[in-house]
Design a protein around this ligand. Structure first.
Ligand SMILES: *Cc1c(COP(=O)(O)O)cnc(C)c1O
Length: 232
């Protein structure tokens, strides 16, 4: 699929909504329990507006400089912005000031900066801890062993709210292989909850592995290509 027209974008969103609803049924998930995050990184504002025209309200971006003009252009207050890219510490202030969610937190220092830099008079910044479920050198994210301690520390910080866990597993075409890292993330979330930290979010599943993620309990799928077409 090449770069999608605006008509194609709205059709794709409706088709993905249908797929999400079917997967919820198939895996005995509560209807409406899986949220669609439209990953609009690298896309022009017109594509975001096309998605917004069919009531898509959650958007994911991973390049700060790319995202800022789009955030400014979308003036409707119901639009929710998710930062899903790697976080450099010199970028935390602008992330804390402009986004509603941050999905890629993998160290305490970043969470502390986001906490300090978030305006205390507005809603807390929602945080997901990124977990490396594939143990690949190339993918950033935290080892499973260190997650519990990090979750405890982040949980205590003001102006941010720890919502859950996020992962970007190694790509696989096999459905059962796809499920494994997602299962691991779900079990890890349960372990953290046993320690008394309430979490309500599993940010997992992309265009190629959405169904496997929903089967394992995803509450937020991050979909780019299947909505907007192939990126360059
Ligand atoms: C780009 C990106 C996605 C979307 O991937 P698609 O395969 O295009 O659906 C999801 N999550 C993160 C963190 C990304 O960077």
């Amino acid at each position: 699929m090449n770069h999608a027209s605006q008509n194609t974008i709205t059709k794709n969103i409706n088709s993905i909504r249908k797929q999400i609803a079917e997967a919820e049924r198939k895996y005995a998930r509560q209807p409406g329990s899986v949220q669609l995050l439209a990953v609009s990184k690298t896309r022009p504002i017109e594509d975001i507006q096309a998605a917004f025209s069919v009531n898509q309200l959650h958007f994911g971006e991973n390049y700060l400089q790319d995202a800022l003009p789009k955030i400014e252009a979308m003036t409707d207050p119901s639009v929710t912005w998710h930062f899903i890219g790697p976080i450099q510490s010199n970028k935390t202030r602008q992330i804390a000031e402009n986004f509603d969610w941050v999905h890629g937190v993998d160290r305490l220092k970043i969470a502390q900066r986001l906490s300090e830099q978030r305006d205390p008079s507005i809603k807390p910044l929602n945080i997901c801890i990124q977990i490396n479920t594939s143990n690949e050198e190339s993918k950033s994210g935290l080892s499973v062993e260190n997650t519990l301690e990090l979750a405890k520390n982040i949980h205590m910080l003001p102006n941010i709210r720890l919502r859950g866990l996020m992962t970007i597993p190694a790509a696989s075409a096999d459905f059962e292989q796809q499920r494994k890292p997602f299962r691991l993330l779900r079990e890890l979330k349960e372990e953290i909850q046993i320690q008394g930290i309430e979490l309500d979010t599993l940010s997992m599943g992309m265009s190629g592995d959405m169904e496997a993620a929903i089967a394992e309990g995803s509450t937020m799928v991050r979909i780019g290509t299947a909505i907007f077409g192939q990126r360059n």
